[in-house]
Design a protein around this ligand. Structure first.
Ligand SMILES: Nc1ncnc2c1ncn2[C@@H]1O[C@H](COP(=O)(O)OP(=O)(O)OP(=O)(O)O)[C@@H](O)[C@H]1O
Ligand SMILES: [Mg+2]
Length: 153
C-alpha cells in the first residue's frame, strides 16, 4: 500500500509575506509534492514533475485550492489508473499560459470509464475547487487520464 498523503509538503512550502497578503512559492510546493509522491511509490511507478521554473507565486487561497486539486487527482491516479499493479507514469505540471496559469495532472493508466460512481466525492470536490478559483476544468480520458485546470492569475 502506498503511504501517500498529498498534504505534508504543504507545511514546508515557502510562504512569502508581502505587505498586503501571504503568497506561496508554488513551483517549490509542487517540487516537494512530487518528491513525496516519488517516495510513496518507492520505485513502483514513474513520477514526472515538469515546470518549476515559472516563478509562480500564488496567493494563499488560490494555492490551497490548486494543491487540493492536484492532491485529489494524484490520489485518483494511484487508486484507479493502474489496476493489478501495472507500471505507469504520473505527471504533474503547473505553468504559465496566456491569460493565466495551467495545472495539469496526467497518468498513463486505463482512463476513466463511462460508468463511474455518481456518489464519489473526488471529482465533485475538484469541480467545486476549480469554480472557487474562477478556473476551467478539462478532463481528457482518451489515452490515460489528463486533467487540466486553467485559471486566471
Ligand atoms: N485517474 C483515473 N484513472 C482511472 N479512473 C479514474 C481516474 N480518476 C477517476 N477515475 C474514475 O472516476 C471515478 C470517480 O472519481 P472520484 O475521485 O470522484 O471518486 P473515487 O476516487 O472513487 O472516490 P473518492 O474520491 O470519493 O474517494 C472513480 O471511481 C474511478 O472509477
Ligand atoms: Mg477520488
Amino acid at each position: 500500500m502506498h503511504r501517500w498523503s498529498g498534504w505534508s509538503s504543504w507545511s514546508r512550502a515557502t510562504i512569502v509575506d508581502s505587505p498586503d497578503q501571504q503568497t506561496i512559492d508554488f513551483d517549490e510546493y509542487l517540487a516537494m509534492f512530487c518528491a513525496e509522491l516519488r517516495e510513496a511509490l518507492a520505485g513502483d511507478g514513474e513520477v514526472v514533475c515538469a515546470g518549476g521554473r515559472e516563478g509562480l507565486t500564488l496567493d494563499a487561497s488560490r494555492a490551497v485550492n490548486l494543491a487540493l486539486i492536484a492532491s485529489e487527482a494524484v490520489t485518483n491516479a494511484l487508486k484507479h489508473a493502474f489496476p493489478d499493479g501495472r507500471p505507469g507514469k504520473i505527471s504533474v505540471e503547473c505553468r504559465r499560459q496566456s491569460g493565466g496559469g495551467l495545472l495539469e495532472v496526467s497518468d498513463s493508466g486505463i482512463g476513466i470509464k463511462r460508468d463511474t460512481r455518481e456518489d464519489a466525492m473526488g471529482l465533485k470536490l475538484i469541480r467545486t475547487l476549480v469554480k472557487g478559483i474562477g478556473g476551467k476544468l478539462r478532463i481528457d480520458s482518451t489515452e490515460g487520464t489528463r486533467l487540466q485546470v486553467s485559471f486566471p492569475l
